[in-house]
Design a protein around this ligand. Structure first.
Ligand code: C2E
Ligand code: CA
Ligand code: CA
Length: 703
């Protein structure tokens, strides 16, 4: 997974948490409270200010009362107050001292308004007209209905079937509402005056207020619904994405991404800083074969069972596993020491070896083989405790990917043929990795600057010790790294594909050299050029070679093409065709490294090769010399029967030469006669052809 994908996934994971949901609800509740609180406050404030106005009127009554009371004549007061509404005066003990009109005040039940209680008056409800007061307040209701009515009309375009609220608005009387209240005031002699007053409420004002508040409420509800729907969809998406990103399709366990995320979290924990871990990469050997013999589905069942078995064997909180791809798995294990790590891995792999692939799988057919022994190759990178300046420190960067790559590199050092193996990543491997990077960084520049040099290793006839051929071998003269032998860079190029450029480069140089020497009048012998296996993917290879040699103007019989034995395992028909074409163009073709491990005598029968190059391995090793000789002589006999010439490679001593001569080997290429040498020296060797060199003296100055 790329870095940017990982980032966006992390962002999605961080959003849509329960906390975000709760804070959303909290935000909307707060908005509700604020809107309606402000609205309520405004209503109460305006009612209270209307009561304030009424209070001014009551002050008159009190003034009259004070004035007339001094006269001690309540009759005067009555007369004066004729046009005033109902009122009465209570003494300190609550007895009615004076009364005008009807007493319908509910002062015994406590005041209606205590909200502004620190004022010098109190407000009581009117028992008789109490319903009027509440219906005044209740003006909200028809107006809410009106708002609802309008909202439905606007949102859906449908005329709702509601009560006819418009009639209310048309009623003139309904536009101003007199709400009766009783207001109490303290008089100068300590008595209490209670007087009925009417608070006038404008219905239109109320309608506007309620409409605004209602609209705001509806808006908030709508917004909340939209947000909630979005959050719910977000939760669903997050769940799906998590599954997509973190769950392996086949094993239903962690995939690589989950391993990265969880591994990072695990290693960065404070508790993990002092722990030693083993990062393990392992593959099931010949998993493809298993799938081919059975079915892909059964292969997947196998992976599922293995992942299950692995999970059961790990500590769930402190260790991790993941199915990475096809047949490879990743593990992060606690490993106090290497031995322990090795033991655990061996133990785990041993359990996986005979994993039960039958149980619980209804899909397996009856005749399916249910017991199968698997082999594994594992690479391990140890992650040391994080000690900085002698102190344990929390890991800042867990570098899971790097560790895993190292484990993969360690695994890749195991031989393909090795069935069960565990390899640890060490310093040497790290240096190798660095070297590979160096080579790759420099390859293009080196080719452009002609830093690659052609060396020639002569091939001699065993009988007369006569120069009868040569092999072109590459050397790298790097201005930065000095002289680099091919074993240090050819395998890198073979892996990264750059080898095809090298093959072209060598062929071009050899063809040009041969042409130049020919023109100088030297007696040229065929020179073989190595063509890498990677090159065989190109179906016009023979024509590419032809064009290059022709471009230099070199006779075709002076060029031989060496194909490495292992290439013969690839697309056989394509190789046969390439060989036939090369031969038709007049080049000779040889099989390199015959006997080095991939021998297929069978391929010899189909391929019309000219030369068989016996690998140096035939002459090395501790095997019984008699047996070695038996194999070599049979190989030569076989080649002869197939009308192929033979070259013995890596021949280093006289006895070998004698033996090969007796067996009828055609050519000897080895340190005994000459090591690979620079062009100038090789030219000297060519010049010797005229002098027919002796065998012993020709052992060359070597490289
Ligand atoms: P190879 O093609 O089998 O080349 C023969 C190797 O054996 C050469 O190693 C040569 O120096 C070495 N050798 C020859 N006689 C003796 C001997 O008597 N004793 C010992 N110990 N070694 C001997 P070199 O040059 O280091 O090349 C190694 C391999 O690198 C070659 O094996 C070939 O696979 C690859 N290589 C070299 N040059 C090229 C090239 O131009 N193109 C490609 N594709 N591969 C190349
Ligand atoms: Ca070769
Ligand atoms: Ca060889």
């Amino acid at each position: 997974m790329t870095g940017s994908m990982e980032k966006s996934f992390r962002r999605i994971r961080r959003s849509y948490t329960l906390l975000s949901f709760i804070s959303l609800i909290f935000f909307f509740l707060l908005t509700f409270i604020l809107i309606n609180g402000a609205f309520l406050f405004f209503i109460l404030y305006s009612i209270s200010s209307k009561i304030d106005n009424q209070y001014e009127l009551i002050k008159h009554t009190s003034a009259f009362y004070d004035a007339t009371f001094m006269e001690a004549d309540s009759a005067i007061l009555d007369e004066l107050m004729l046009d005033y509404p109902d009122y009465f005066v209570l003494d300190k003990d609550g007895n009615v001292v004076t009364k005008h009109g009807e007493d319908t005040c509910s002062y015994r039940g406590g005041p209606l308004f205590t909200l502004f209680g620190n004022r010098d008056y109190l407000v009581y409800e009117d028992t008789e007209d109490k319903n009027l007061f509440y219906s005044g307040m209740g003006m909200f209701l028809p107006n809410l209905a009106s708002i609802q009515h309008k909202a439905i009309r606007v949102l859906s375009g449908v005329e709702p079937d509601l009560v006819d609220v418009d009639s209310l608005e048309e009623d003139e009387d309904a536009k101003i509402l007199d709400m009766p209240v009783w207001i109490e005031m303290r008089l100068s002699d300590g008595h209490r005056l209670l007087q009925k007053a009417y608070v006038q409420v404008h219905v239109t004002d109320l309608i506007v207020l309620v409409s605004i508040a209602g609209a705001l409420n509806v808006l908030v509800v709508l917004l909340m619904l939209v947000r909630i729907v979005r959050v719910i969809r977000g939760f669903i998406m997050k769940k799906r994405l998590t599954e997509l990103f973190l769950v392996d399709e086949v094993t239903r366990g962690n995939n690589w991404m989950a391993f990265l995320l969880k591994g990072n979290r695990l290693l960065k924990k404070r508790k993990s800083a002092g722990k030693r871990y083993a990062m393990v990469h392992f593959v099931i050997v010949k998993y493809r074969n298993y799938c081919m013999c059975h079915s892909l589905e059964e292969g997947q069942i196998l992976l599922y069972r293995m992942a299950e078995q692995i999970r059961q064997n790990l500590s769930p909180r402190t260790e991790l596993s993941a199915h990475v791809s096809s047949s490879s798995f990743a593990l992060l294990l606690e490993a106090p020491n290497d031995e322990f790590a090795k033991g655990r891995i061996q133990n785990l792999l041993w359990k996986l070896k005979n994993v039960d692939i039958s149980s619980g799988s209804a899909k397996l057919s009856e005749d399916t083989e249910t017991s199968h022994t698997f082999n594994f190759q594992a690479g391990v990178q140890i992650i040391e405790p994080n000690i900085v300046d002698g102190k344990l420190k929390k890991r800042k960067d867990a570098e899971i990917e790097k560790y895993y790559n190292n484990a993969v590199t360690a695994k890749s050092t195991l031989e393909v043929t090795e069935d069960d193996g565990i390899a640890f990543f060490d310093k040497k491997l790290m240096e190798d990795e660095q070297w590979i990077n160096t080579v790759e960084e420099n390859q293009k520049k080196a080719l452009d600057n002609e830093e690659f040099v052609v060396y020639y290793q002569p091939k001699y006839s065993p009988d007369k010790g006569e120069l009868i051929g040569a092999e072109a071998l590459i050397r790298w003269q790097s201005p930065e790294y000095g002289f680099i032998p091919p074993g240090r860079f050819i395998p890198v190029f073979e892996k990264n594909g750059f080898i095809t450029n090298i093959d072209h480069y060598m062929l071009r140089h050899v063809a040009e050299d041969q042409k130049k020497w020919l023109d100088l009048g030297l007696k040229c012998v065929p020179v073989s050029v190595n063509v890498s296996r990677a090159h065989f993917a190109e179906d016009d290879l023979a024509d590419q070679i032809l064009n290059m040699v022709d471009a230099a103007g070199t006779p075709h019989d002076l060029i031989e093409i060496e194909l490495t034995e292992s290439a013969f395992f690839d697309d056989k028909n394509a190789i046969i065709e390439t060989i036939d074409r090369l031969k038709a163009y007049g080049f000779s073709v040889s099989m390199d490294d015959f006997g080095s491990g991939y021998s297929s005598l069978n391929s010899l029968k189909d391929m019309n090769l000219d030369v068989l190059k016996l690998d140096a391995d035939f002459f090395r090793g501790n095997a019984d010399p008699e047996r070695k000789e038996a194999v070599v002589s049979e190989a030569i006999r076989l080649a002869k029967r197939l009308k192929m010439r033979t070259v013995a490679e890596g021949v280093e001593d006289k006895d070998q030469v004698e033996f090969l001569k007796d067996q009828g080997c055609d050519m000897i290429q080895g340190y005994y006669f000459a090591k690979p040498m620079p062009k100038d020296e090789y030219v000297e060797r060519m010049k010797e052809i005229y002098h027919m060199p002796g065998s012993e003296e020709t052992k060359g100055e070597t490289h």
